[in-house]
Design a protein around this ligand. Structure first.
Ligand code: NAD
Length: 282
């Protein structure tokens, strides 16, 4: 299949690990110049070296997505030194486990700053020059299967992924309303993909630490069967090239969660506890 991602510049936040690193490796393989943005300087420097050894061009850029000035400075640097952006991936994200009432305020604020405001800062810094350039360009925002589900002991994270999905849907309409036909806005909904997100997730210090940590353990269990980030990237790039709006790493697994959510809303069911959704790697 022909792909629009055979060249041009891709900017990927949170590119130092997991899904972001997988997307970066696949973008480089397709022939894109990849800007690796992350707060983990060592991780992106090492990925840059790896990509360069395979003949790809990449730039590592330390950038904290919670800092609007830093994200704007990154956009200026990319347009000045690298070229117009064909693909922006607002991917950086973190997890949090525990009862909502036990959640440290600092963890709550940090999660919202990264998972929601980070996406906003990316859109605000990069979309105007992408519009201005007049060339076809893509914005992908990382929601999640959690963006169409409700999960206890992960409320801040789940809320943030619902928010990113809604933001992305609204952004798509705004781009259409404003007549910017060359801009493609798409939502990425991964199922379970191998990454560091559960290890590096916040927990609780006061209150029910055991509940928070058993939820972390349950999620780490799912990770054992999770998808390889390179396979996830291939699926996402393929669906984006087909001009789909929802880009699903595991179409059957994530699609069934979407159907379930639609049914729950359509039949006005109250949320109910359930056993953990079995991971199906299809
Ligand atoms: N892994 C999964 O199964 C899964 C499922 C659904 C959605 N997602 C989403 O995919 C995205 C990537 O998650 P992942 O699982 O690859 O996580 P990960 O922890 O493996 O990688 C996240 C990267 O983001 C970076 N990062 C953290 N804070 C940052 C900041 N303030 N500024 C810039 N970079 C920052 C980290 O250093 C890390 O390199 C997240 O938005 C996550 O919610 C992941």
């Amino acid at each position: 299949m022909s792909t629009p991602f055979g060249g041009g510049v891709a900017v990927i936040t949170g590119a130092g690990a997991g899904i972001g690193a997988g997307l970066a490796r696949h973008a480089a393989k397709l022939g894109m110049t990849v800007v690796l943005a992350d707060i983990d300087a060592e991780a992106i420097a090492s990925l840059r070296d790896e990509l360069e050894q395979s003949g790809a061009v990449s730039i590592d850029a330390v950038c904290d997505v919670t800092d609007p000035g830093a994200v704007s400075a990154l956009a200026e640097r990319v347009y000045r030194d690298v070229g117009p952006v064909r693909l922006l991936v607002n991917n950086a994200g973190i997890e949090q486990f525990g009862y909502l009432w036990d959640t440290p305020v600092a963890n709550w604020n940090r999660l919202l700053d990264i998972n929601i405001s980070g996406v906003f800062h990316g859109v605000r810094a990069f979309l105007p020059p992408m519009i201005e350039a007049g060339e076809p360009a893509w914005v992908w925002n990382l929601s999640s299967i959690g963006g169409v589900a409700v999960v206890p002991l992960q409320a801040p994270y789940i809320m943030s992924k619902h928010a990113v999905l809604a933001l992305t849907e609204c952004l798509r309409l705004e781009v259409e309303l404003a007549g910017h036909d060359h801009i493609h806005v798409q939502a990425v909904l991964p199922g379970a993909v191998v990454s560091n997100i559960f290890e590096s997730a916040g927990g609780v210090t006061d209150g029910d630490v055991g509940a928070a940590e058993s939820q972390r353990a349950a999620m780490l269990d799912i990770k054992a069967d999770a998808m390889d980030p390179l396979a996830a990237a291939e699926a996402v790039f393929g669906q984006a090239a087909e001009d789909r709006f929802y880009l699903l790493t595991q179409p059957d697994y994530v699609g069934s969660a979407m159907t379930e959510r639609a049914n729950v809303l359509a039949t006005q069911q109250a949320p109910r506890l359930r056993t953990q959704r079995r991971f199906d790697p299809t």
